[in-house]
Design a protein around this ligand. Structure first.
Ligand SMILES: *[C@@H]1O[C@H](CO)[C@@H](O)[C@H](O)[C@H]1NC(C)=O
Ligand SMILES: *[C@@H]1O[C@H](CO)[C@@H](O)[C@H](O)[C@H]1NC(C)=O
Ligand SMILES: *[C@@H]1O[C@H](CO)[C@@H](O)[C@H](O)[C@H]1NC(C)=O
Ligand SMILES: *[C@@H]1O[C@H](CO)[C@@H](O)[C@H](O)[C@H]1NC(C)=O
Ligand SMILES: CC(=O)N[C@H]1CO[C@H](CO)[C@@H](O)[C@@H]1O
Length: 505
């Protein structure tokens, strides 16, 4: 009975899919061609990330972006030297948690461009993100001086308001940033700016006793302890329009005019390059800065000298900033573990998971499956569909096997213990008409109704390793279809279920 109902549902779903597809085609044929000159092309390659984004699907998304241009968030990063992997991991964290579409502006040394293109074009997050690659450029008359300031390329970001002339607002981050919340959340601060604020940053320190600027700086700095520029939100329209007070001329200067004189005056006194210049600028123009709390730029400094970011302890860390190279050594194992987890993201939860994930639903499950199925049928190919239902899925997740899988995804022993603790010692009982059975310890289940449970189940359900068919997973209900060797894939699933002690109904 259940199977018949599902086939009926599948057919209904397919009908809806084809109808929607037909309508979208009709809408497309009525649209005038986009583009057609006017705007100067931006430098570098501009592509749609995600291999499947070419063709029809890409065109449809374009229409969406055209009608919702303001919904796009712009993220900029400057990558030089050995920063490729770190930058890609940062971009990945931006995508996995974000809701609105993103545009990445990546400024990189020429020799990194090819690698960025190769990786970003293969990103499995189609439709959510676009990117533009730029070479590193400085004003020609002073290029050499800017390049040797602090780290190579670091001062590139001071010029972003001048280079990205058509971008209204931008979030600049260092390569060693990881988003642990949607970019949308920090982006929303732009809407909270009062009429004089043009940029937002976090303080360099919470605690003046251990602050750097107030103890060592030989130049002016913002506020009590200075600001950290690793996460910098900018309304660049306002930055371009503003005339800045300064200690070099009695008249106010615009952004483009102030940078060079500032460097000339302070170059012997600054230690942290462009961040110091920003501190000097906002020292003279404090009304222009919106200061956000330390959770939005959480650094090892906040925990190595005792607890220096109370808000993070109470509400959590929103943006992690692994400066001092802590993602790559063993000085801060927690920072490193978070980095490793995000770096390996797409091995943890595979794209075929539809259930229990943001932006996916049982309908998305069906429609993805339908599209592929219709495609095969209209190509005159045979199609087999097999429905699988794991029995009592959540109840049968073996703790031992789950922990092994988590360990193989690079979770450190501390976090593993934490998960183990959370799974262990769970007791259950049955209550009927107010009469309760005795408690029984469970050794093989993830908690239903908890936040962690579904996540653990999705990591556990990695059964598409080595399967060529189209596989759609909605929590414990799995659909397998295609015109390849179905029996072989089915055998693999069976092996998976057996080795992971899950029963297929
Ligand atoms: C990405 O940019 C291209 C070219 O400007 C555009 O056609 C496409 O619709 C954009 N896609 C997204 C998701 O922003
Ligand atoms: C640079 O530092 C020195 C020593 O602290 C100080 O005397 C000098 O005024 C500083 N220069 C500027 C431009 O602030
Ligand atoms: C940036 O500032 C300009 C000028 O005040 C304003 O029109 C624009 O909406 C602002 N952008 C955002 C994202 O708030
Ligand atoms: C905007 O906020 C800043 C920082 O709180 C403040 O210094 C400035 O006076 C405010 N501007 C207006 C117009 O209220
Ligand atoms: C993988 C997949 O199918 N994702 C789609 C799920 O459905 C939503 C809306 O129906 C799409 O936007 C996703 O791309």
């Amino acid at each position: 009975m259940r199977r018949v109902a599902r086939v009926a549902l599948l057919c209904l779903g397919c009908a809806v899919c084809s109808l929607l597809y037909g309508l979208s085609q009709l809408a497309l044929s009525l649209e005038p061609e986009p583009g057609g000159g006017g705007q100067a092309p931006e430098p570098g390659a501009r592509r749609q990330a995600g291999s499947a984004a070419r063709g029809q699907a890409g065109t449809r998304r374009y229409d969406y972006m055209k009608t919702h241009p303001s919904e796009k968030m712009h993220l900029a990063v400057v990558a030089c030297g050995e920063r490729l992997e770190e930058t890609v991991t940062m971009l990945r964290s931006a995508i996995i948690f974000s809701i609105k579409p993103l545009h990445f502006h990546i400024f990189a040394e020429d020799q990194l461009h090819e690698s960025f293109k190769d990786i970003l074009d293969e990103f499995p997050y189609e439709g959510k993100v676009n990117y533009t690659l730029y070479p590193i450029t400085f004003p020609s008359e002073s290029a050499a001086e800017w390049k040797k300031l602090f780290k190579p390329c670091a001062s590139q970001r001071l010029f972003l308001p001048l280079i990205l002339k058509n971008v209204d607002s931008l979030l600049y981050v260092d390569t060693d940033i990881l988003f642990l919340r949607p970019v949308d959340d920090i982006w929303s601060f732009l809407g909270k700016f009062n009429s004089t604020q043009i940029a937002a940053m976090a303080p360099e320190h919470e605690e003046p006793r251990i602050g750097w600027y107030n103890r060592f700086a030989r130049h002016p700095y913002y506020g009590v302890t200075g600001i950290n520029s690793g996460v910098m939100l900018m309304n660049m329209t306002r930055i371009r329009r503003k005339y800045f007070k300064n200690d070099m001329t009695p008249v106010r200067l615009q952004w483009g005019e102030i940078l060079m004189p500032l460097l000339k005056k302070y170059k012997l006194n600054i230690t942290w390059g462009d961040q110091d210049l920003l501190n000097i600028m906002f020292f003279h123009n404090p009304e222009s800065l919106y200061v956000f709390p330390c959770q939005w730029n959480y650094r090892p400094d906040h925990c190595i000298y005792g607890s220096n970011c109370k808000a993070a302890e109470e509400e959590g860390i929103f943006i992690l900033h692994g400066n001092r190279g802590v993602y790559h050594d063993d000085k801060q194992p927690t920072f490193r573990a978070v980095y490793e987890a995000i770096k390996n993201d797409n091995q943890g939860i595979r794209p075929s998971h539809q259930g229990l994930r943001k932006g996916r639903s049982c309908l998305s499950n069906l429609s993805t499956f339908c599209e592929k199925a219709t495609h095969l049928v209209s190509g005159g190919k045979a199609l087999d569909v097999i429905y699988l239902d794991f029995s009592k899925a959540f109840e049968t997740v073996s703790h031992g096997i789950l922990l092994n899988k988590l360990a193989s995804h690079g979770l450190d022993s501390c976090s593993l213990h934490w998960v183990k603790n959370c799974l262990d010692g769970q007791a259950q009982r049955v209550v009927v008409n107010g009469i309760a059975s005795s408690w029984q310890l469970g050794t093989s289940r993830v908690l239903q109704g908890s936040v962690l449970g579904p996540l653990l189940f999705n990591i556990f359900n990695d059964l598409d390793k080595g399967v060529d068919c189209t596989l759609s997973k909605f929590s414990d209900d799995n659909m397998l279809g295609g015109n390849v060797d179905l029996q072989r894939d089915l055998d693999r699933l069976d092996q998976w279920a057996e080795s992971d002690s899950i029963e297929v109904q």
